[in-house]
Design a protein around this ligand. Structure first.
Ligand code: NDP
Length: 513
């Protein structure tokens, strides 16, 4: 039989609280950190996690005594893992001074253990190896679940029972998808909580680690000029746009199970929207911020089918180049109804946002790569200069654009007099272009999130009640779409998406395009 958990529940709950351990400051300074990348042979580990860990090591942001263990079923030894990391690693540090020396030092800290995800015995072997490196010091362990969701619970069970830290914290980073609707997400949460406390679970939504998203709160709450305007009184509509200029390319099997609504909207865009619309938190403490996010998410009206346009890309030709249709992907069924594009309008039933449409747009294989928030303000009442704009008053409204891609920038469109005799008005931008103002490179989102998980900063991770509230906004729509087998509108690869979006925007009086 399975032996009892080595850690009593009360112990787990208290172990994460700072200062609990009866260790001296010097013991704490000598503490070790083991980062276990579960699914180390996979795409995400190679593309994001190892490069982020290396960048942190290079920048001296990892604790002094750290060890990285890759864990997966693939048979590899330490050297082979190191080769894999070294060969495939491309990150912002690549061409920096001493990069090769630093890489050698980094690789000496990387080890590999091959095992099954459901084998407690294999995790016990891992535990032995971890203990060897920890050498009896105060030891903390961070598991990164970079595996498909069907093995999340196995890993958590085995890690908890056989490879938890005995004298330090044990934290688990969980990657999306967190279920596919309210029921499956609830089931996953209950499953995780059989083995972990909420404090130990770090649900990662990498978009929350993006510079642009971090800056949203700074912009809102540290500038007097924005917050007083941040409501239905002055804002006419808000657009959240995320487009990619490539298709599913190799991820068709995964994508077809989820579709764009689950892959981008229910998580990334909704998280950004929550930060954009929440009330001022009591403090910058993670729980205060997450409390406000939950409140506003719970005020969102579940999205109605009539406020949704879905699309799927079809093949197209440009010159001599042929671009594939979504269904050309060998892992996607020919009759797939999975949307690769969606536009939805969402409303928030609270005093601040009543009646304001939030237009969210996300799509693959579109003409450009774009990630931005556009805030359109109302007309100036009784504007003296209205007639200068002719009949197209919309063009005269102020617009604030927060752009993460292509070039990170914040700009405000204002009306300005063209210098000279006479009275001609012009639309100009007050423009904060990041690359001009902050020439330093911006760290990858995974770097920030890993540092936060190591430091126990939970602000950028998703709490389970937030997740429940986010699923409640989308689940009725997703169910209805599946029941009614809603057929997506086809749009050519590389175009601006389905025509239907223009009707949806017009229906809610949103200037778009
Ligand atoms: P992979 O499909 O590459 O899987 C990671 C590893 O898990 C594989 O190397 C494999 O290791 C093991 N694995 C794969 N399929 C199975 C299976 N059916 N049963 C058991 N083990 C399996 O995934 P990614 O690395 O792309 O992603 C990891 C996690 O991160 C997933 O949850 C994904 O949804 C999420 N994610 C990924 C992103 C990306 O860009 N790739 C972006 C955002 C989230 P082995 O066979 O050696 O055990």
């Amino acid at each position: 039989g399975v032996p009892a958990n080595p850690l009593a529940k009360e112990h787990v709950e208290t172990q994460v609280k700072e200062g609990y351990f009866p260790f001296s400051e010097s013991e704490k300074a000598e503490s070790t950190l083991s980062i276990i990348v579960v699914g180390a042979s996979g795409d995400l580990a190679r593309k994001k996690i190892f490069p982020a860990l290396f960048a942190l090591f290079y920048e001296d942001r990892l604790p002094k005594n750290f060890t990285i263990f890759g864990y997966a079923r693939s048979i590899m030894n330490d050297e082979e893992l190191r080769n894999m990391i070294c060969k495939t690693l491309t990150c912002r540090i690549d061409k920096r001074e001493n990069c090769n020396d630093k890489m050698d030092q980094f690789l000496q800290r990387c080890f590999y253990h091959s095992g099954q995800y459901s084998s407690e015995e294999h995790f016990l072997e891992l535990d032995d190896k971890l203990k060897e490196k920890e050498a009896g010091r105060l030891s903390n362990r961070l598991f990164y679940l970079s595996v498909p969701p069907n093995v999340f619970l196995d890993v958590v069970r085995c890690a908890r029972r056989r490879a938890s830290s005995e004298h330090g914290w044990t934290r688990v980073i969980v990657e999306k998808p967190f279920g596919r609707d309210s029921d499956s997400s609830g089931k996953l949460t209950r499953g995780l909580k059989q083995y972990l406390t909420e404090d130990q679970i770090f649900r990662i939504d990498h978009c929350l680690g993006e510079e642009f998203v971090e800056n949203l709160m700074v912009l809102r709450f540290s500038n007097l000029v924005f917050e007083p305007l941040w409501s239905r009184n002055y804002i006419r509509n808000v657009q959240l746009i995320f487009s990619e200029d490539f298709g599913t390319e190799g991820r068709g099997r995964y994508f077809d199970k989820y579709g764009i609504l689950r892959d981008i909207m229910q998580n990334h865009l909704l998280q950004i929207l929550a930060l954009f619309t929440m009330e001022t938190p009591v403090s910058l403490d993670a729980e205060d911020i997450r409390n406000e996010k939950v409140k506003v998410l719970r005020s969102m009206r579940p999205i109605q089918l009539e406020d949704v346009v879905v699309g799927q890309y079809k093949g197209s030709n440009e010159g001599n180049t042929t671009y594939p249709a979504y269904t050309d992907d060998p892992n996607v069924p020919n009759n797939s109804l999975t949307p690769t594009f969606a536009a939805t309008t969402l409303f928030i039933n609270n005093a601040r946002w009543d009646g304001v449409p939030f237009l969210m747009i996300a799509g693959k294989a579109l003409q450009s790569k774009r990630a931005e928030i556009r805030v359109q303000f109302r007309h100036v009442p009784g504007n003296l200069y209205n007639r200068k704009f002719g009949t197209d008053l919309d063009k005269a409204t102020n617009e604030l654009v927060l752009r993460a891609q292509p070039d990170e920038a914040i700009y405000l469109k204002i009306n300005n007099k063209v210098p000279g005799l006479g009275m001609r008005l012009d639309r100009g931008d007050l423009n904060l272009l990041y690359k001009a103002r902050y020439p330093r490179e911006i760290p990858d989102a995974y770097e920030r999130l890993l540092v936060d998980a190591i430091e126990g900063e939970r602000r950028l991770f998703i709490r389970s009640d937030e997740l429940d509230a986010a699923w409640a906004v989308f689940t009725p729509l997703l169910k209805e779409m599946e029941e009614k087998k809603v057929v997506p509108e086809l749009y050519p690869y590389g175009s601006s998406g389905p025509v239907g979006v223009h009707y949806l925007a017009a229906k809610h009086n949103v200037r778009w395009g």
